[in-house]
Design a protein around this ligand. Sequence first.
Ligand SMILES: *[C@@H]1O[C@H](CO)[C@@H](O)[C@H](O)[C@H]1NC(C)=O
Ligand SMILES: *[C@@H]1O[C@H](CO)[C@@H](O)[C@H](O)[C@H]1NC(C)=O
Ligand SMILES: *[C@@H]1O[C@H](CO)[C@@H](O)[C@H](O)[C@H]1NC(C)=O
Ligand SMILES: *[C@@H]1O[C@H](CO)[C@@H](O)[C@H](O)[C@H]1NC(C)=O
Ligand SMILES: *[C@@H]1O[C@H](CO)[C@@H](O)[C@H](O)[C@H]1NC(C)=O
Ligand SMILES: *[C@@H]1O[C@H](CO)[C@@H](O)[C@H](O)[C@H]1NC(C)=O
Ligand SMILES: *[C@@H]1O[C@H](CO)[C@@H](O)[C@H](O)[C@H]1NC(C)=O
Ligand SMILES: *[C@@H]1O[C@H](CO)[C@@H](O)[C@H](O)[C@H]1NC(C)=O
Length: 496
Amino acid sequence: MNSWLALATTIAVARAFSVSGTSLLDSDHVYKVDTVEQPPSDFSIKATSTRKQSVLASSNSSSTTLPWQSGMSFIDSDSNNESYTVNVTIGDSEYPLLIDTGSAYLWIYDSNCTDSSCSGKQLYPISSGTNSSSSFSLAYSSGSASGKVVTDTLQLGSLSADEFEFGAASSVPDLFEDYSFSGVLGLPAVNSSNGLTNLVTFLKNQETISQGTFALCLGSYDTALDGSNNGLLVLGKDIQELYDGSIHYSSVVENTNNYWQVVVDSVSADSYQISFDEAEIDGQDSQTKRLAVVDSGTTSIVAASADATKIHSFFSDSITDGDNFAILCNSTLTLNFKIAGSSWSLGPDDYLGNAYGSGKYDGYCVSNIVGSSSLDNGTWILGSLFLRNYYVSFDLDQSRLGLADRNSVEIVASMSSASPTQSTVSASSTASTGSASSASTLSTKTSSVSTSKATSASSSVSAASLSSASSATVSNLAGKLQLASPLLLLSLLSLI
Ligand SMILES: *[C@@H]1O[C@H](CO)[C@@H](O)[C@H](O)[C@H]1NC(C)=O
Ligand SMILES: *[C@@H]1O[C@H](CO)[C@@H](O)[C@H](O)[C@H]1NC(C)=O
Ligand SMILES: *[C@@H]1O[C@H](CO)[C@@H](O)[C@H](O)[C@H]1NC(C)=O
Ligand SMILES: *[C@@H]1O[C@H](CO)[C@@H](O)[C@H](O)[C@H]1NC(C)=O
Ligand SMILES: *[C@@H]1O[C@H](CO)[C@@H](O)[C@H](O)[C@H]1NC(C)=O
Ligand SMILES: *[C@@H]1O[C@H](CO)[C@@H](O)[C@H](O)[C@H]1NC(C)=O
Ligand SMILES: *[C@@H]1O[C@H](CO)[C@@H](O)[C@H](O)[C@H]1NC(C)=O
Ligand SMILES: *[C@@H]1O[C@H](CO)[C@@H](O)[C@H](O)[C@H]1NC(C)=O
């Protein structure tokens, strides 16, 4: 067969997300938020009114033990908790993959990749997968991830996916350079996108798991062992011991990007309900409702620009350059998102980034809530900073997202578990996420604020170059923070 004659080519067009993370203000263009937006006059900050519920609020006793179960995998994160990964085994090797609920399928760096992002990473030997006539390409703000679609047997925890189809990338954009993972475990809100099936649906179709669901619990479970972890991913079921009370479900609002997008019924600053600019939310104009994309591949909280400005007007003396904000490090406000009838909050530990240190902005911290002009009005991205407070259930079978309070359990891993870390894992307080720690956390914050990847700010650039080949698939959503994960659409092209 002539190498140039492809039978079929799968082209995935990503929503090229800009990768600019929470970054320092552009000091040439700083202005006070209250010069453009004022909080309502009847808003008065009730500093201690609503505290974020501690992760361990109701069951600090950790008397519950949870045996290690099939479907469970420990999560790792980088030192800044910017990215959360699981180890996936293919052949003899283990590959850390970014857990990304914002992208549609799994892809991995292959051994043919010579880009700087692939240097020093565990690379998938391209020759080991079976032949394929398909290729894939995901457009990111700073280039494309592209390569072949291959089939191989893959293992996550004790679960094995036989003849699973995924992308092997010989070309990986620079924005991945600083992260140690070797690819992306895309877990979208649909079973498959024109050709590639996500791992959870695949395992269900293969009858390895009984339900098309997965749960994410970001944040560490203490372990008596040397190895650390930064959470649990559970495929195929919900495990009651991991949460308190019941799971509150919200239907996924259908969208062309396959995002886990849900309606936020209202947002409040402490107990004050915020009135935003009118936006169309799930077919209805509203000033209180918003849309939230729940995305584990984004670190921060991102809001359409107008909403970000509005939110920051509730923080006294906040300043901005238009997209990035700085707020006083001693802020105590709690932001509450009402989803599925319950309130889910963000406190200082979540929204306060690094301190500016002494100098012009002494007393200010980077705000982890960022504005993005490429997000549709009324749309937010709730990234891992939000997720890490909760037990989050992603239900593909019923197209719904569930939230619950995380529980403290002692996880007892049996010797038979396929996890590399064995024996007893005791979970205790992630109480560090509680409010009490904020003071000490702040004092250790330095001015070495995460370097912005602002260079990649031009979103959907590379998507455009693919658009001619893929009709209506290129669209225009958002800029993604820290980690541009491929928010993508697939279109199958027959070239002959
Ligand atoms: C929670 O744990 C802490 C530290 O282990 C302990 O001092 C406290 O009494 C516990 N509280 C409850 C309600 O069990
Ligand atoms: C994942 O693999 C890395 C490298 O082998 C290892 O250091 C880490 O402990 C593993 N993580 C888990 C949760 O098993
Ligand atoms: C890997 O690179 C070599 C050399 O450039 C090329 O001949 C081969 O076709 C590539 N393999 C794949 C699967 O792309
Ligand atoms: C690709 O592999 C399949 C088996 O996995 C085989 O049937 C087919 O002939 C192969 N195609 C080519 C072009 O080598
Ligand atoms: C990352 O999260 C863990 C809890 O899972 C916490 O102990 C640790 O301090 C966090 N690291 C940073 C840099 O915030
Ligand atoms: C918060 O910090 C600012 C700047 O450092 C200071 O002016 C203000 O008095 C502080 N507010 C409280 C309540 O401590
Ligand atoms: C978003 O809101 C701004 C300000 O109200 C408006 O100018 C813009 O057209 C809106 N954009 C969309 C996509 O609705
Ligand atoms: C995924 O497939 C299952 C059948 O296995 C179906 O019940 C469910 O509705 C599908 N989910 C979506 C989001 O299409």
